[in-house]
Design a protein. Structure first.
Length: 72
């Protein structure tokens, strides 16, 4: 069971590290990401924070998955 959960956690981490960078590029290029003066808007800031949280969770998943393989 530990191996299956470790694979699931590592798959989740890999998915996050693959999916979020292109999404962030699209957010940065979106016209709603900057105002008329070129400053970043709340739209950009909120998405950047959400993606950062997703990266942190992916990192935790990767560490937990690796630990499951090593110690499980």
């Amino acid at each position: 069971m530990t191996i299956v959960l470790s694979i699931l956690l590592l798959t989740n981490a890999a998915f996050s590290f693959i999916v979020w960078p292109p999404f962030m590029k699209r957010i940065a290029a979106d016209e709603r990401s900057t105002d008329a003066e070129g400053n970043r808007t709340k739209f950009y800031t909120v998405h950047r924070r959400l993606i950062t949280i997703a990266y942190v969770l992916a990192g935790i998943s990767a560490v937990a998955g690796a630990a499951g393989f090593i110690f499980g």
